[in-house]
Design a protein around this ligand. Structure first.
Ligand code: ADP
Length: 480
């Protein structure tokens, strides 16, 4: 395969492509083959500190620009991302594993945040509030918070970056990014295109290396005013603790355990389609993937039979093959977690309808799996599997379904299918999650607020609310 023109093996700090101070590198592998694709610098706290200081130097000139001037550059970045969609998608599949069709979709989805926030930056309105005394005038300004830091995961190597960088830059904030070690090339490729779009140096910095050392600097350095993190609840909790000393503003998009409910009055074929889309997207490796399916007794048998038939048809293979629908899992630990969940459930009486084991292709390929006769006391009902496993639990009443759906410390996405309008409202209001998707399996879009409640996180990304995460309100009290 020819080398991608967008592949860079250096960090992007203060507008320069640089190596680690130590000269050390880390290998990046293709999860479909185990082959090394390239290497990236193994940076630490010192390089992170330099990136933060560069960002801070770049800040005054960037915040002084008009929103329209910033938007013009961001729009060019968006155009370049879309013009390079195919190349970016190939690079993404190479390091992450998802099918090319999904990778192309992610590039368009990722780019949409740059376009959206370029426009939203122009509408970052303040407020004029009627004074509390005859001689008082009250004005609220919205100002960029300052240097933002971002730490992103491997499951969406492009979009998890743009939905932080888009609003930060549009609001007038520079950003320092640490992408996941598994998928750094998509991040560097974005930097190549940002540079080409004319983004001034120091505004978008990307560095790879020791997560704890870089994360330690990003959370302890007082220049950083904002941290946006997407990843596990465990690391989110750690970063929140580390950010406490300098009281940073935080956005945390953490783990999910999405329930997927199918009621007796649902359109069953639509529910099966929705379950396939929400469960098996990215081989089950998204934080909004349905993790546990609850199906009402009257339609349970029909639903599981159709779901198992659809899952059995999924084409598993290298994401680069044109007809692949399911790529490999990211690493062996991910495979072992799926195996552990299946073994625990079957040990307690669950039955495998399709799949259930590693795929004949070997490596980290896993068969799309459906488990029936699952119960609420099994691990799969409480822990995020993050793999192609659909455990289906039977329920009798709406109250039981809601109680089981809410029986979790997480609250990111939830899905349900019903054609009864009253039930739709009742259930949507009762479910404890930041996002509820009714009669469909896909909900992500740049125009809507994405985020969770409970231990799924803090703050929202996308939509007009997403830019608020990068501004501070300033209240002016004028005596006239
Ligand atoms: P996942 O299980 O999806 O890999 P993680 O929360 O482990 O989720 O990783 C998400 C991001 O957080 C990655 O960029 C990873 O490198 C980073 N990360 C992991 N540990 C730390 C840490 N101690 N400090 C800062 N970042 C970290």
């Amino acid at each position: 395969m020819t080398r991608s023109p967008l592949l860079r093996e250096a960090c992007y700090i203060d507008g320069e492509w640089v190596k680690a101070d130590s000269g050390e590198t880390i290998d990046v592998t293709n999860p479909a083959t185990g082959e090394v694709i390239g290497t990236v610098p193994n940076c630490g706290a010192a390089e992170a500190k330099r990136a933060i200081e560069a960002a801070n130097r770049a800040w005054p000139a960037w915040r002084a620009k008009t929103a329209k001037e910033r938007a013009t550059i961001l729009r060019r970045w968006y155009d370049l991302i879309m013009a390079n969609q195919e190349e970016l998608a190939r690079l993404l599949t190479l390091e992450q594993g998802k099918s090319l069709a999904e990778a192309r979709g992610e590039i368009a989805y990722g780019a949409s945040f740059i376009e959206w926030f370029a426009e939203e930056g122009k509408r970052l309105y303040g407020d004029v509030i009627p004074g509390h005394m005859a001689d008082k005038r009250i004005v609220v300004l919205k100002q960029p918070i300052g240097v933002a830091a971002a730490i992103t995961p491997w499951n969406f190597p492009n979009a998890m970056i743009t939905r932080k960088a888009g609003p930060a830059l549009a609001a007038g904030c520079p950003i320092v990014l640490k992408p996941a070690a598994e998928t750094p090339f998509s991040a560097f490729a974005l930097a190549v295109l940002a540079e080409e779009a004319g983004l001034p140096k120091g505004l978008f910095n990307v560095l790879t290396g020791k997560a704890s050392a870089i994360g330690g600097e990003l959370t302890s350095n007082p220049i950083v005013r904002k941290l946006s993190f997407t990843g596990s609840t465990e690391i989110g909790r750690l970063l929140m603790k580390q950010s406490a000393d300098t009281i940073k503003k935080l956005s945390l998009e953490l783990g999910g355990n999405a329930p997927f409910l199918v009621f007796d009055d649902a359109d069953i074929d639509a529910a099966v389609d929705g379950a396939m889309a929400s469960k098996y997207r990215n081989s089950g490796q998204t934080c909004v993937c349905s993790n546990r399916l609850y199906v009402q007794a009257g339609v349970y048998d029909k639903f599981v039979e159709k779901l198992a038939a659809a899952a059995a048809k999924l084409k598993v293979g290298s994401g680069l093959d044109a007809d692949t629908q399911q790529g490999p899992l990211i690493n062996m630990a991910a495979v072992e977690k799926v195996e552990q969940h299946i073994a625990e459930a079957t040990g307690k009486g669950a039955t495998i309808l399709t799949g259930g084991k590693r795929h004949a292709l070997g490596g980290t390929f896993f068969e799309p799996t459906v488990l029936a006769n699952v119960t609420q006391d099994m691990l799969v009902a409480h822990e995020e599997t993050f793999g192609p496993l659909a455990p289906v639990i039977r329920f009798e009443t709406e109250e039981d379904a809601i109680a089981m759906a809410n029986d979790s410390e997480f609250g990111l996405a939830a899905y349900f299918f019903s054609q009864n309008l009253s039930r739709v409202w009742r259930v949507a209001e009762a479910i404890e999650s930041g996002m509820v998707c009714v009669n469909s399996g896909i909900l992500s879009t740049e125009v809507a607020p994405f985020g969770g409640v409970k231990q799924s996180g803090l703050g929202r990304e996308g939509s007009r609310y997403g830019i608020d995460e990068y501004v501070e309100m300033k209240y002016l009290c004028l005596t006239v």
